[in-house]
Ligand binder design. Structure first.
Ligand SMILES: Cc1cc2nc3c(=O)[nH]c(=O)nc-3n(C[C@H](O)[C@H](O)[C@H](O)COP(=O)(O)OP(=O)(O)OC[C@H]3O[C@@H](n4cnc5c(N)ncnc54)[C@H](O)[C@@H]3O)c2cc1C
Ligand SMILES: NC(=O)c1ccc[n+]([C@@H]2O[C@H](COP(=O)([O-])OP(=O)(O)OC[C@H]3O[C@@H](n4cnc5c(N)ncnc54)[C@H](O)[C@@H]3O)[C@@H](O)[C@H]2O)c1
Length: 466
């Protein structure tokens, strides 16, 4: 079968592939855009957007539940689980429809192909089309944005007992779990735990590490652990999961070894959230010279070029931090290099992220442990959120603001665990991007009483890092 020839082929409609298709088409290139599943990839369909929509419902229930603290008497809220799910589904469908319109109607020059792509040669692909048949394509430029799927550990009985991942949970959830066991206490486990707890589900998190979010400094993860346990989430940490089984009545039992001995944890549903696996195994990469790392991620250089000339890897599939804003920045780097002679690379770019619990945990750049590991001298100031005027007025006094300052008085990083933590962290990021010294933030006139006013006070307790 003769191959259809294009200027560029993009595999995967994720957070890099989609804007890249628009940019290349706008520059007059003929683009084949291949997606095997839903447009928008994980962010739109089973990642950021649907989880934050569900978290918003859970947070509203919590606000109603706690309104009495502000003098507003409200009855215990009734969670209409079906309506909560329907709202999330509607938002997701709207995003998918809007993407479809943009790709097929707004932008000329994009040929959308629904199917699973596989390399047959370094610049040739075969697509197993949704609905049957196949198509062969070729192009001098190929962009791989195939993302990841949920990793599933090899645990006795797990496959036979039935489990959920965030991918399947968010696509197929119809009934409210009675007791959700969550394997993995990092971004996904933590966000889902608070969400389900506030919607009225009993929740247990199991993690093999002694701490939640174990990449964070201990004095950052511990307040998060306290917050969750105080709100009713059970934490089983330092736990080696040995076996999963499902009884005749449908109850799941997860058997774990902990430092205190064996425990059998029972629940109605099990969510596996132990990280992600790259979508590379069926890409036919053996027909190219593209290399993979030990975990199956595509090896790409700081310009996102793979070892096959003209083939790029963008987003989660190339390994490293897995965030929508990083995938989107990969797009910007490749777009600028190809269309605007841009020279920027992935080297040294800032790495902000937010855990969307309430309060949020916002993080930018170095933690204390990372500064120590890199031998970077730092001073640190940590302020309880209860010292922020706005926090006192709204009653949201939980958490802290922590900033690291270098020898040149410029910021090295921040961890902000309080109401509006993500937004406050973003202000610190802007100050870092602008190269501001901390004294400039201390002396800046900021409207009173905004949350950002904490930028004036955050450095009050600066002391040398240990
Ligand atoms: C539950 C959850 C919550 C998250 N929350 C956040 C958050 O709050 N903030 C944040 O920044 N990040 C979040 N993330 C991470 C974020 O979703 C990803 O980092 C981001 O979507 C980047 O994805 P991507 O561009 O690499 O590809 P993806 O969005 O994963 O898209 C890849 C696409 O490629 C398609 N594909 C795969 N193989 C083929 C093939 N062979 N042929 C054709 N198509 C193929 C897939 O169907 C998919 O549509 C979350 C992730 C999860 C799972
Ligand atoms: N707000 C956000 O930005 C956000 C939200 C959700 C997900 N994400 C992205 O999604 C990716 C995946 O998130 P994640 O939380 O699944 O993965 P993760 O890699 O961040 O954490 C995996 C967790 O599972 C634990 N674990 C691993 N194997 C285990 C086992 N056998 N038993 C018990 N625990 C085990 C680890 O100790 C770790 O705590 C992240 O890299 C993140 O970037 C981001």
């Amino acid at each position: 079968m003769p191959a259809d020839s294009f200027d560029a082929i993009i595999i995967g409609a994720g957070q890099a592939g989609t804007p890249l298709s628009y940019a290349l088409a706008a520059a007059g290139r003929r683009v084949a855009f291949i997606e095997s599943d839903f447009l928008g990839g994980s962010c739109i369909n089973y990642g950021c957007a649907p989880t934050k929509a569900l978290l918003a419902s859970a947070q509203r229930a919590h606000l109603v539940r706690t309104a009495g603290a502000l003098g507003i008497e409200a009855p215990e809220p009734v969670v209409n689980f079906g309506a909560v799910i329907e709202r999330m589904q509607t938002l997701r469908q709207h995003s998918r429809d809007s993407l479809h319109r943009k790709i097929t109607e707004v932008h000329d020059g994009i040929t959308l192909i629904r199917g699973r792509a596989q390399f047959t040669a370094p610049h040739s692909l075969q697509v197993a089309l949704v609905g049957g048949g196949e198509q062969h394509l070729t192009a001098p430029l190929i962009f791989i944005n195939t993302g990841t799927c949920a990793a599933v550990p090899d645990i006795e009985g797990l496959a036979d007992s039935g489990y959920l991942t965030s991918d399947s949970l968010l696509l197929n959830l119809t009934e409210q779990p009675e007791h959700l066991l969550i394997l993995g206490g990092s971004y996904i486990g933590v966000e889902f735990s608070q969400m389900f707890c506030r919607l009225g589900t009993r929740v247990t998190i199991i993690d093999k590490e002694p701490r939640l979010m174990s990449r964070e400094d201990p004095d950052v993860s511990h307040p998060l652990e306290e917050l969750l346990t105080e709100s009713g989430v059970e934490l089983v940490l330092n736990a080696n999961t040995r076996r999963v089984s499902r009884g005749a009545n449908g109850t799941l039992t997860v058997t774990v070894d902990t430092p205190d001995g064996e425990r059998r944890l029972r629940g109605s549903h099990l969510l596996v959230a132990v990280g992600r696996t790259p979508n590379t195994s069926d890409l036919g990469l053996e027909h190219t010279s593209i290399t993979l790392d030990e975990h199956g991620y595509i090896e790409a250089n700081e310009r996102l070029q793979t070892s096959t000339r003209g083939v790029y890897a963008l987003g989660d599939v190339k390994g490293g931090p897995q965030f929508t804003h990083i995938s989107y920045d990969d797009y910007r780097i490749v777009r600028d290099a190809l269309l605007h002679n841009g020279q920027r690379t992935t080297e040294g770019r800032p790495m902000p992220y937010v855990v969307f619990t309430e309060p949020q945990l916002g993080r930018i750049s170095l933690s204390k442990n990372q500064a120590k590991e890199k031998g970077i001298p730092y001073r640190v100031s940590r302020l309880p959120a209860s010292t922020i005027g706005r926090a006192v007025q709204t009653g949201e006094t939980e958490g802290f603001v922590e900033v690291l300052v270098g020898d040149d008085d410029r910021l090295l990083g921040a961890a902000v665990f309080c109401e509006q933590g993500g937004e406050i962290m973003t202000m610190f990021q802007l100050a870092m991007a602008g190269g501001l010294r901390y004294q400039e933030l201390e002396n800046m006139i900021l409207a009173h009483p905004v949350w950002g006013e904490v930028l004036n006070n955050a450095f009050q307790r600066l002391k040398p890092g240990e």
